[in-house]
Ligand binder design. Structure first.
Ligand code: NAD
Length: 371
């Protein structure tokens, strides 16, 4: 198959959909890989590394789209890319269709086959192509939180690990899923006292079994949250209710119960945030202060560490990309239900319920296209 990897052109996006290691895997199987010149640069991969892996470098994004049967990307196509997408071209990337109607209509009009990373789903309902970014964001939440606890950036002036003779900082984590677990591991590793809140008892039991002694688990309810926010230095928002906005577990009035310089890192900002005063920020200006509480609410946290994020993402996407290249999307999706669930738009028709529901569009049976 002919595979095209364009450079990401959405602002502040430095990830790339394929590493030189991935290019080698594909070319060794006899596939042709075209990479747009400097597509890997933002993640630290030079053109010559791809060439050494058998990929061919094309000078422009137009040339990559024109040559490829399958486009491998990271972010959804932006407007200037819409006319480059060809009928029947397979586009494998994050789309998040339900959040942007013009993209949905553009992809329907293109006639392309759109396979969305975010809806690839395993039998246990986990989302294998979202997990790596949650892992990055969870670990980053502590790194960023520790930084903003420093006094010069208006934090409390607390060193999370403490030192001999001084108690460590306290970290409160709302939600013990992927983000929360990774945040807890990082905070515990630094020596902080960590409390994880979740509404799932099985989840709390699992965490209690695997976490070190400086991590405790508690059931999440308003009473416990009000009781704890005044004694914790760093609060991480990591709640997710699938398909819904995040609940506001910390309301505006509760900020007054926190000590000045407390830092809130609301990772759930992309679902509206679990702190009422959360509003999305960017890496250029990541924090703001409300009632002396430092808010960090960057909606694309993994974007700050593109080297790690690109490798983490492609570790998860490459096996699917190889299967798609080896078998073609129809056979691959017949073979694998997880991949089939990634199909959102085929031949000008919507085949994913969430997208059809979001914009009141007719829903077609995906199996019609796999026969
Ligand atoms: N900002 C970013 O850059 C970024 C990056 C990755 C993920 N995210 C977001 O982080 C959030 C968490 O993602 P995840 O992968 O960890 O999800 P997850 O599904 O693995 O975990 C969510 C957890 O929240 C728990 N929960 C639900 N209601 C709760 C409540 N009332 N109190 C406490 N816990 C509750 C669930 O039981 C679950 O354990 C999502 O909104 C995701 O989109 C943001």
């Amino acid at each position: 198959m002919i595979i095209g990897v364009p450079k990401e052109i959405k602002s502040s996006e430095n990830r790339v959909a394929l590493t030189p290691a991935g290019a080698l895997e594909l070319t060794r199987r006899g596939h042709t890989v075209y990479l747009q010149a400097s597509a890997g640069e933002g993640s630290g991969f030079a053109n010559h590394e791809y060439e050494a892996s058998g990929a061919k470098i094309l000078p422009t994004i137009e040339a990559v789209y024109a040559a490829a049967e399958m486009i491998l990307k990271v972010k959804e196509p932006i407007e200037s890319e819409y006319p480059l997408i060809k009928p029947n071209q397979l586009v494998f990337t994050y789309f998040h269709f339900a959040s942007y109607e013009p993209l949905t209509h553009a992809m329907i009009a293109s006639g392309a086959t759109c396979l969305a990373y975010e809806t690839v789903e395993l039998p246990d309902r986990s989302l294998p192509l979202l997990v790596p970014m949650s892992e990055v964001a969870g670990r980053m939440a502590i790194q960023e939180g520790a930084k903003y606890l420093e006094k010069p950036v208006r934090g409390r002036g607390v060193l999370l690990g403490g030192v001999p003779g001084v108690e460590p900082g306290r970290v409160l984590i709302l939600g013990g899923g992927i983000v929360g677990t990774q945040a807890a591991k990082m905070a515990a590793g630094l020596g902080a006292q960590v409390t994880i809140l979740d509404v799932s008892l099985p989840r709390l039991r699992a965490l209690s079994d695997i976490m070190p002694a400086n991590v405790i688990t508690l059931y999440s309810n308003e009473y416990n949250i009000r009781r704890l926010i005044g004694t914790h230095d760093l609060i991480v928002g990591a709640v997710l209710i699938p398909g819904a906005k995040a609940p506001h577990l910390i309301t505006r009035d509760m900020l007054k119960m926190m000590r000045p310089g407390t830092v809130v890192v609301d990772v759930a900002v992309d679902q509206g945030g679990c702190i009422e005063t959360c509003k999305p920020t960017t890496h250029d200006n990541p924090t703001y202060i409300v009632d002396d509480v430092v808010h960090y609410c960057v909606a694309n946290m993994p974007g700050a560490v593109p080297y790690t994020s690109t490798i983490a993402l492609t570790n998860a996407t490459l096996p699917y990309a190889i299967l798609l290249a080896d078998k073609g999307w129809q056979t691959a999706c017949r073979m694998r239900e997880d991949l089939r669930k990634g199909l959102n738009v085929i031949d000008k028709k919507v085949v994913y319920k969430g997208v059809a529901d979001a914009f009141n569009l007719p829903l077609h049976d995906v199996n019609e296209f796999l026969a």
